[in-house]
Design a protein around this ligand. Structure first.
Ligand code: NAI
Length: 480
């Protein structure tokens, strides 16, 4: 192994922050500097209030910070000093120009590469950790080599990150595998070995997979496409269940016990969200189109289409169940993050459900244990989504307490599977709601039988039973 003493990371976000924190903790002899252009973000990393919520992360940051873990906006200094540089900048879907709405926007990756070339005065290993289209490492390498100073050599590696938000610390500590792609040359293999050395401080060697750069880049897109595909597959089943009386939870159980299929990622819901699945699948769709593989592109595009259908379908069921109108009705929305145990709202299904409901004139009372009001409003008034921000501000209120949020509402809509939603006192909530009181469980997390006993009309995903119960109780209540 070639050992390293200084590394740095460009981009102090959901990936760069936690990844480098774990590296610093596991490699006490390596100095790790995490950099970002955003002074705000760096200040937060240096404070007691970290910019991201991730269970278990605070403690480790506190343990290593200012020992061998540093957060700084001086990107250039950190790059000059480091032997190895992780690029962990964002690669969002392009919202302009060529490939708009599908291609990954590589402008931040390119800016990082150009900055490295500008300041580096000794050889560097540059590690692409951001999720990128296949062949991005080659572009980075071209940029570096076209601008390289005399005597400076670059090796570009692909080391995609597989952590999931909400479980990042555990995922980083116990990864299923670490993937490293590099050039199949002597220098390439040496660079791969250096990065292996870092991970081998805590990851068993057999779990570190090395391969060529293109395979590594494509593997990340493939993994996310497969994961998203499973969710869309079970969500497609949920639509069949609702029409037939089959129960999607039972179907998922039966299907998932087949060891060839496995039981993970088979939970029907209002749809997947997060910054990665949609972006990465679209990235692959665009790649296929560019490679003149329209059938393959169409296949993966359908994963996205089903997800949009699912979000729309859930909102439609809410509206239909509430007697085809939600105009001026009060609805409590529980959960706004894209999944539990994170404050991240990027592409959260809740955004879309809230949009569809406010488009119908519903009054929303939103509660989330970790998402700030500011974030909720910035998502709901995002100009790409929202035509009339003033109207949204009139219709939406946020609450710091779920009981307060539910007070006086017609319905409760569960958008995120936060554990605390399963232990609320629903009898207490029921008493303060307008009748008939509805619960729309978009995550299949509540005890539906118990809720119906309390008196709720329960509507959920992938089950016809509740729906017919709801209708039956409508007719009985109108008779009485
Ligand atoms: P993020 O948006 O949280 O963080 C990116 C950071 O990079 C931002 O703070 C931004 O200010 C900074 N940045 C951009 N350009 C810069 C530059 N030139 N110099 C210094 N800083 C710069 O993004 P996140 O979620 O950490 O994602 C990063 C990459 O990792 C993306 O490609 C994403 O697809 C991938 N990824 C994300 C996962 C996730 O769960 N969020 C999981 C696995 C991969």
């Amino acid at each position: 192994y070639m050992t390293l003493s200084r590394i740095c990371c460009i981009g102090a976000g959901y990936v760069g922050g936690p990844t480098c924190t774990i590296i610093a903790d596991k490699c006490p002899d390596v100095t790790v500097t995490v950099t970002d252009l955003s002074q705000d973000r760096i200040n937060q990393w240096n404070s007691d209030d970290l910019p991201i919520y991730e269970p278990g992360l605070d403690e480790i940051v506190r343990r290593r910070r200012n020992k061998n873990l540093f957060f700084s906006t001086d990107v250039k200094k950190a790059v000059i000093e480091a032997e190895l540089i992780f690029i962990c900048v964002n690669t969002p879907t392009k919202n302009y120009g060529l490939g708009k709405g599908r291609a990954a926007d590589l402008k931040y990756v390119e800016a990082a590469a150009r900055m490295i070339a500008e300041v580096a005065n000794q050889s560097k290993i540059v590690v692409e950790k951001s999720t990128v289209p296949v062949k991005a490492a080659e572009s980075i390498s071209n940029i570096l080599k076209a601008n390289q100073r005399r005597g400076v050599q670059y090796q570009v590696l692909s080391n995609p990150e597989f952590l999931a938000e909400g479980t990042a610390v555990n995922d980083l500590l116990n990864p299923d595998r670490v993937l490293i792609g590099g050039e199949q040359t002597k220098e390439g293999r040496e660079a791969v070995e250096s990065l292996c050395w870092i991970y081998s401080h805590w990851v068993p060697r057999e779990n570190i997979i090395t391969m060529n750069t293109w395979s590594s880049e494509l593997s990340k897109l493939a993994a996310n496409a497969f994961l998203a595909q499973r969710i869309s597959s079970i969500n497609a089943m949920s639509a069949i269940c609702e029409m037939t009386g089959a129960d999607v939870t039972e179907v998922a159980h039966a299907v998932g016990t087949d060891t060839r299929i496995g039981n993970k990622f088979l939970k029907a819901s209002v749809g997947f969200g997060g910054s990665c699945f949609q972006k990465d699948v679209l990235n692959m769709v665009y790649l296929c189109e560019c490679l003149n593989l329209p059938e393959v592109a169409a296949y993966w595009q359908q994963v996205i289409n089903i997800n949009e259908y699912q979000k729309r379908r859930f909102a439609n069921r809410i509206i239909e169940s509430l007697f085809n109108t939600v105009t001026n009705k009060k609805l409590a929305v529980f959960g706004f993050s894209f999944k539990k145990d994170t404050g991240d709202t990027r592409e959260s299904a809740a955004i879309y459900v809230c949009k569809y409901l406010t488009d119908e004139g519903a009054n929303l009372r939103i509660y989330d244990p970790k998402v700030t009001d500011k974030k909720i409003f910035s998502e709901l008034t995002n100009p790409l989504m929202c035509e009339d921000p003033e109207r949204v501000k009139e219709l939406v209120t946020t609450y710091p307490d779920p009981y307060e949020a539910a007070n006086g509402t017609h319905a409760l809509v569960i958008c995120t599977e936060w554990d605390q939603f399963t232990t609320l006192d629903y009898s207490r909530i029921y008493q303060k709601m307008l009748k008939p009181a509805f619960i729309f469980d978009g995550r299949l997390i509540l005890d539906h039988e118990a809720l119906m006993k309390i008196g709720f009309q329960v509507v959920t995903i992938g089950k016809k039973l509740q729906r017919s119960n709801v209708h039956r109780s409508f007719s009985t209540s109108s008779q009485s």
